[in-house]
Write a protein that binds this ligand. Structure first.
Ligand code: ZN
Length: 72
């Protein structure tokens, strides 16, 4: 597993309460998520076939739903 996480400045609300994760193993791609406004930018593709598994940008991603669960 090769991945790294770091801080990210949200492109939607400008918050630094956001993170990005990039990875390159059996899947290649990135996930950016903002904990303030719930914006997520997700891109994942299969490293072997280069088939896009997921491409998403918006406010209703399941990860954002998870954040809301955790904040209860
Ligand atoms: Zn944001």
């Amino acid at each position: 597993m090769s991945s790294s996480t770091g801080e990210w400045c949200c492109t939607e609300c400008g918050s630094h309460n956001a993170y990005q994760e990039t990875f390159s193993d059996d899947e290649v791609g990135h996930i950016m998520g903002c904990e303030d406004c719930g914006y997520y930018d997700v891109y994942r593709e299969d490293a072997e076939t280069e088939e896009v598994i997921e491409e998403y940008a918006g406010f209703d991603h399941e990860y954002a739903q998870d954040d809301k669960e955790n904040n209860k």
